[in-house]
Design a protein around this ligand. Sequence first.
Ligand code: NAD
Ligand code: ZN
Length: 342
Amino acid sequence: MQALVKAHPREGLWMCDVPVPDPGPDQVLVKVRQTGICGTDLHIWNWDEWARSTIAVPTTIGHEFVGEIVALGRNVRHLSRGQRVSGEGHVVCMHGRAARAGRPHHCAQMDAIGITLPGAFAEYLVLPAVNAVPLPDAIDDDIGAILDPLGNAVHAALSFDLAGEDVLITGAGPIGIMAAAVARHAGARKVVITDVNRGRLALAREVVDAVTVDVSTQPLSDAVAPLDLGDGFAVGLEMSGAPSAFDAMVDAMAPGGRIAYLGIAPRPMLVDWTRIIFKSLFIKGIYGREMFRTWHKMIALLESGLNVGPVITHRLDAADFASGFAAMRSGQAGKVVLSWPP
Ligand code: NAD
Ligand code: ZN
């Protein structure tokens, strides 16, 4: 089969012929239909320091996918051939302390599809049956391909009660934009989203009814002054990874405000903790998705009308993967979706 492989320890990815994998007793074989390109995949393409220390060469990459089950391991009874599925890319052990306490997503021995395990940028993918998530008809293949990052957005946004609250999102990347849409759907009062990239803010306005602020031209405090928020934002969702965005967020929060922190700073960052202490802020780190509560929530949100479709700006054949990665690199794309087989 054709698969997109990190075949050499240098910049780039290569479409290669690799064997179709065989599902083990507790796994399923999925014929991949569509996949989403993640920022992580761009790191792997670029072969940066993180990628060099994490990815074994050769590895088939990709972890955002939708497809159809075509074969089942002999122990798998709860799924069937022909079922349309997406799935959780974090592969965890189910016997560690965290899993036995009901938190498998906190597994200390986590593997990841398309990073430490063969990935979804291929005609076929094997994954543990427990990781496969069957999709209702209301979720089309396009959205099915981006449930992993939508799950990041849902995990962060629904960490706190949003109904009636003012919500600040820093970073209008695909995850920040989808988090804004989730906040709006969950009944937030004002939703404000910031970025330094005008194209990204324009995309945000296409997806969600939110106030957009270009913090490269206007301080956040000036932009929110006319909104009459009272003390500030009750909820903050950090989705840029920019230390200055977190700094501005701390200033804009109301006393007692709650922050979900998803963005990943490229380097260790300096934090003025005194301001956080004096405002009694609560900060929650967000990694991945809760298994599988986040999946239940996001499917229900989509079935009840959450629309994140316009965040997909590029639909390409997998053979055109290089154009897809170029679009990602430009910083102007939303989600880029590749269809399989190439
Ligand atoms: P992205 O890089 O596409 O989006 C980040 C956005 O932040 C960009 O549009 C950028 O212009 C903007 N930005 C930069 N500086 C800013 C500033 N000072 N103020 C406001 N915005 C600013 O990333 P994404 O795919 O949407 O992911 C969002 C973040 O979450 C990234 O940092 C990513 O590494 C991280 N991430 C974390 C997890 C997790 O499990 N914690 C999972 C996926 C992604
Ligand atoms: Zn991803």
